[in-house]
Design a protein around this ligand. Structure first.
Ligand code: PHE
Length: 333
């Protein structure tokens, strides 16, 4: 008995098996080699029971450890190497979902690309010129304050909006320009259900001869109807941005209640989704484009906010926690 146990220990140590299934059958099944020894244990002489019992238990432990190791190896190789076994069933593989912010960004870009906008990106770390000065922010503007903006060093900050990419584009562009700038932005805000220190925007810019506010309004109506459905209405309220004149904020009829009034639109039936306006002549001049010849419009929207309305999500923090219980709900979106 002792010799047989020892020879099995040796056999297992030599890793004679590389498939967990075969190993289990040979050693760990009811009719396997180890159980056979356990069955014979009752015939062991009483004075040897202690020693043989310990050896047997040791053998079983070793076999279990070896079995687990084989299982582990198999799961690693099936995750990393699909060509391992072409006959393996892959149907129940757990396929991930596309992040809702990516879904919405793609949808926005698709809608505008149908009317000639092309996508460009700019840096997340920006200098004062592109972030503020060229965009016509006065020197004392609060956005230039440490309280609102994350500074990396003097005059270098994490961008607070994607409008900085307007400048990067116009500086090097030959007009006309019809562009979309999606990207991540940063603001020094306390994190809550409604605000985060990091979020995403999509900026639009069109500069050409004879661009008017009427063109802006028509494009925004097209966009709102495409994104939220043909029954959607828009309204533009006068507003202020240093880089547009005139400026407006756009509301749409609340997509949650259809305009009847709910807690998302605070009973008003309208929700704000973007800021926009005619590119300020100073901005064009700062980029060496003659404002007497060219005009343009710009708009900027928050992707999280639009995703919240589209998917009825009431806490912005959910977008950044990577909780699969949240993310997997977008599998079929
Ligand atoms: N940059 C503005 C913001 O972050 C949005 C905006 C973009 C407004 C373009 C007008 C024109 O709030």
């Amino acid at each position: 008995m002792k010799e047989r146990i020892e020879s099995l220990v040796k056999e297992i140590s030599e890793h004679a098996y590389d498939k967990s299934e075969d190993f289990k059958l040979m050693f760990l099944s009811k009719k396997g080699k180890i159980q056979t020894l356990f069955n014979e244990f009752r015939n062991v002489a009483p004075d040897q029971k202690k020693e043989i019992g310990q050896l047997l238990n040791g053998l079983k432990e070793k076999a279990n450890a070896c079995y687990n190791e084989l299982l582990m190896k198999e799961s690693v190789s099936s995750d990393t190497c699909l060509v391992d076994d072409m006959t393996r069933n892959v149907d129940n593989r757990n396929i991930g979902a596309i992040h809702p912010l990516t879904l919405v960004r793609r949808e926005i870009c698709d809608i505008f690309s149908k009317i000639g906008f092309t996508v460009e990106e700019g840096p997340e770390i920006e200098d004062d010129w592109h972030l503020f000065s060229a965009l016509n922010f006065p020197p004392e503007h609060p956005a230039r304050d440490m309280q609102d903006t994350f500074f990396v060093e003097k005059d270098i900050a994490l961008r607070t909006h994607t409008s900085s990419v307007q400048i990067r584009c116009l500086e090097n562009a030959t007009v006309p320009v019809r562009k979309l700038f999606p990207g991540r932005v940063f603001r020094n805000e306390a994190i809550s259900a409604r605000a985060h220190c990091m979020f995403h925007q999509v900026e639009g810019l069109y500069v050409d001869k004879n661009v008017s506010f009427k063109d802006l309004k028509q494009v925004l109506l097209y966009f709102a109807e495409e994104l939220f459905g043909p029954e959607t209405k828009i309204r533009l309220r006068p507003s202020f941005f240093p880089f547009t004149e005139p400026s407006a904020e756009m509301d749409i009829t609340c997509s949650i209640c259809g305009g009847k009034g709910c807690n998302i639109c605070k009973g008003s039936g309208w929700v704000e989704i973007l800021g926009c306006g005619m590119v300020d002549p100073n901005v064009l001049a700062n980029c060496n484009i003659d404002p007497n010849v060219y005009t343009g419009y710009a708009f900027g929207m928050g992707i999280e906010r639009i995703a919240m309305l589209k998917y009825n999500v009431n806490d912005i923090r959910l977008y950044f926690e990577n909780d699969v219980r949240f993310l997997s709900q977008f599998k079929n979106a």
